[in-house]
Design a binder for this molecule. Structure first.
Ligand SMILES: Cc1cc2nc3c(=O)[nH]c(=O)nc-3n(C[C@H](O)[C@H](O)[C@H](O)COP(=O)(O)OP(=O)(O)OC[C@H]3O[C@@H](n4cnc5c(N)ncnc54)[C@H](O)[C@@H]3O)c2cc1C
Length: 455
């Protein structure tokens, strides 16, 4: 195995466990991550000069964070770790990377994509004002830099991160003006049998909610976002509550988000087949139970394949490495694979529970006013999208992109792609699966012009 080149993209929980399994089999994998340090999203490391203890940074997950960081440190001499390196393209069996301004091409025998997820955003008028962050962005400010996005913050959206980030802000001493949840209590109750698949996680969720109540934070469920107000920056949030009445909450910053979306652009560039996932309401790469994609010798693990959380990502990383090792001719026991597959089963049930409790609010796309910005990079409004659907006959998102520039900017549709598809589907009167997904294009993120090809 020592002569095989296995590339792993992502040094979060999935990528780290994949690397550990490959090293155990005698492979020296190349581990690439654009971040400054390993750890991924949940176990993101603080800058070296910061001294907060693990418990303060990771809460209940401190032991897991320390274990994962410890594993990575132990692996360091046995892996080729390339930090601050972006994989910007995959073509013809090669990964294209950029470190500083040094471009490289790496031919691989096997490729494991463990690229994680980002926030899922549904626009609301005013969401592009300064002072409005994604929930993930608000958490990164706190976790990485010990900064709050404001001193009187509204958190709005849905999903576990909504409550977790609000709790983390309250605990850190920021004033949380309100938690405005678009999902209903009835949906959470309906989801209980599925959420019970992971009682420990369920208990943590209940704990965060109880702590928010203890801090005196107002939690309103079943809201419909109307607008984020402000002239130069966000100064308030307007929602309609379940009774139809309007509420206005003053604040100096807003965190918004509706769960997560898998980061799938590299899988797309690797020419993996995709299918519409009715649970996640997203197009996802098709894999077998062990993470094998339709493209030979390409594997997917962690939230980049399906958002199942950090514990599942660790198992899926190991499983994907096992699959790659088997395909490359190494011996892997059936017992190891079976155990990992069994470990993942309750995670999938729990995810179904989360999607039931905190469903993606596709319906809000229909209610967006024409002047609301959907694609912030190119400043494309809901009205312009409706017009390319109705007046120019765009039948799917890639045609809508060509006609409107939706998703053509810096973020390449990562922020606006899902909501844009909902606006288009609503305008055309078809299910969202029918308007397809924005195809990934290299470079997946902006590159400097003055790159040099490394020897
Ligand atoms: C912003 C955010 C905050 C979260 N906070 C929590 C939390 O507090 N608690 C919790 O339980 N769960 C949280 N989650 C979910 C949790 O982080 C994930 O379930 C878990 O980290 C998944 O692990 P992973 O290895 O699949 O991906 P990640 O941990 O996301 O790691 C993926 C890695 O891939 C790298 N990468 C991606 N694309 C490229 C590329 N093109 N080139 C190079 N590198 C690339 C990224 O830099 C990243 O380090 C959060 C998720 C997000 C997005």
């Amino acid at each position: 195995m020592a002569d095989r080149t296995v590339v792993i993209v992502g040094a979060g929980p999935a990528g780290t466990r994949a690397a550990a399994r490959l090293v155990a089999a005698g492979v020296r994998p190349i581990v690439i991550d654009e971040a400054v340090a390993n750890g991924g999203q949940i176990y993101r490391r603080q800058p070296p000069q910061f001294r907060r203890p693990a418990k303060a940074l990771y809460g209940f997950e401190a032991a897991k964070a320390e274990a994962l960081h410890g594993t990575f440190e132990t692996l360091r001499p046995s892996i080729d770790y390339r930090a601050q390196t972006l994989v910007w393209h995959i073509y013809d069996g090669e990964v294209h990377t950029l470190t500083g301004n040094q471009a490289r091409r790496i031919r691989y025998d096997a490729l494991i994509l463990a690229t994680g997820a980002t926030d899922r955003i549904m626009p609301v008028p005013g969401w592009t004002l300064p002072g409005v962050y994604s929930l993930g962005g608000a958490q990164i400010a706190l976790k990485a830099q010990a900064c709050a996005i404001g001193s009187n913050v509204v958190f709005m959206g849905s999903g576990p991160l909504l409550y977790l980030v609000a709790y983390q802000y309250a605990k850190a001493g920021a004033r949380v003006a309100a938690v405005l949840d678009t999902s209903t209590l009835a949906a959470s109750i309906r989801a209980m049998p599925l959420l019970a698949a992971r009682p420990g996680m369920l208990a943590k969720g209940l704990f965060y909610t109880a702590e928010l109540h203890r801090h005196g934070v107002k939690i309103v469920r079943g809201v419909t976002p109307v607008a984020i107000e402000g002239t130069d920056e966000a100064s308030g949030v307007v929602v309609r509550d379940a009774s139809g009445g309007e509420r206005r909450i003053a604040c100096d910053a807003v965190g918004i988000g509706y769960g997560l979306r898998s980061e799938t652009q590299l899988a797309d560039l690797a020419r993996c087949e995709f299918a519409f996932d009715t649970v996640a309401q997203q197009w996802l790469p098709v894999t077998d139970a062990d993470g094998r994609a339709s493209t030979p010798f390409v594997y997917l693990a962690g939230d980049g394949a399906r958002v199942l959380g950090a514990d599942a990502a660790e198992m899926a990383g190991q499983l994907a490495a096992c699959a790659a090792l088997r395909d490359l001719g190494a011996m892997v026991s059936d017992d190891e694979i079976r155990e990992l597959r069994e470990g993942l089963a309750p995670m999938a049930r729990f995810r179904q529970g989360l999607e039931t409790a905190f469903a993606w609010p596709a319906r809000f796309a229909a209610g967006l006013p024409d002047e609301a910005v959907v694609c912030r990079c190119e400043c494309i409004t809901a009205g312009e999208l409706r017009s390319v659907a109705r007046d120019k006959g765009a039948p799917e998102v890639n045609r809508a992109k060509a006609l409107s520039r939706l998703g053509m900017g810096r973020c390449q549709g990562r922020m606006c792609g899902l909501a844009g598809a909902e606006v288009l589907a609503d305008a055309l009167g078809v299910p969202v699966a029918e308007v397809g997904r924005l195809r990934g294009q290299g470079p997946v993120k902006p590159l400097p012009v003055n790159t040099e090809m490394a020897p």
